[in-house]
Write a protein that binds this ligand. Structure first.
Ligand code: SF4
Length: 239
């Protein structure tokens, strides 16, 4: 079972992929300013205990972090060391995080990080070639045990070939979301898949986005079908 651990809420837009950020879209409905980053009441979730002193989150769970923020956002620098300490304490869990700020990975990194914690996966997001060419060379050099490249929202054709090697456990691709979503060309998706197959890196088309163009025809896909439609394409590749 998956556990959602939202340590802090709010984020700052830093690149084109942030334009239609769902955090901003959701907060807008409630008149909230998403650029204000606040620590949540669930901050200490992994180390919370029950009356009998056992952890509330049982061993073996996968914990997805920061789904309404970015673990490495600057505004959370003051809390990150404490967050790492909780992650370090819970070696019996698996932690998964996605970031657009891999260039801030070293900020508050635990002293015992070494070649990376075995129980932590860090995914790096890229949306266009400029961000791929900025973030992926940094990512490639970092000591992280489990690496995943997420191309979402995919905004143009990407050349990833020089960044793909055995250290990348998967490349996942998805389109843009929201009523103003930018078009994702299915050919771009297939081209990334081709590169992954060439380099023997697993590939997953995880969601179509709201507007997908395939063989010249534009499809508008409702949010609830974006994952299932991608699965129906049947183009995932495992090595
Ligand atoms: S980094 Fe992620 S959470 Fe932060 S503004 Fe961009 S899309 Fe939103």
């Amino acid at each position: 079972m998956a556990v959602m651990w939202n340590l802090w809420h709010g984020c700052r837009k830093i690149s084109e992929g942030c334009r239609h950020c769902y955090v901003y879209r959701q907060d807008k409905q409630y008149g909230k300013d998403s650029s204000v980053v606040i620590r949540t009441a669930n901050f200490a979730l992994p180390v919370k205990r029950k009356r009998d002193k056992t952890y509330k989150v049982p061993a073996g769970e996968t914990v997805y972090t920061c789904f309404t923020s970015d673990f490495f956002v600057q505004d959370a620098d003051k809390w990150r060391a404490e967050a790492w300490a909780m992650i370090s304490e819970r070696r019996d869990l698996k932690f998964f995080m996605i970031t657009k700020r891999i260039d801030r990975f070293q900020v508050s990194l635990p002293e015992d990080w070494g070649e990376g914690y075995e129980h932590v996966s860090i995914a790096c997001t890229v949306e266009n070639q400029a961000m791929a060419d900025y973030r992926l060379p940094i990512y490639k050099e970092l000591p992280i045990k489990h690496k995943i490249i997420i191309c979402a929202p995919l905004l143009e054709k990407l050349d990833l070939i020089s960044y793909l090697d055995a250290s990348v456990e998967e490349v996942a691709v998805g389109g843009d979301s929201g009523s103003e979503a930018r078009i994702c060309e299915y050919d771009w998706v297939l081209d990334i898949r081709r590169q992954c197959m060439e380099k023997g890196v697993p590939f997953c088309f995880h969601q179509t986005g709201a507007r997908l163009r395939k063989r010249g025809k534009l499809y508008r896909i409702r949010r609830e079908f974006q994952h299932s439609q991608a699965r129906r394409a049947g183009i995932d590749y495992k090595r």
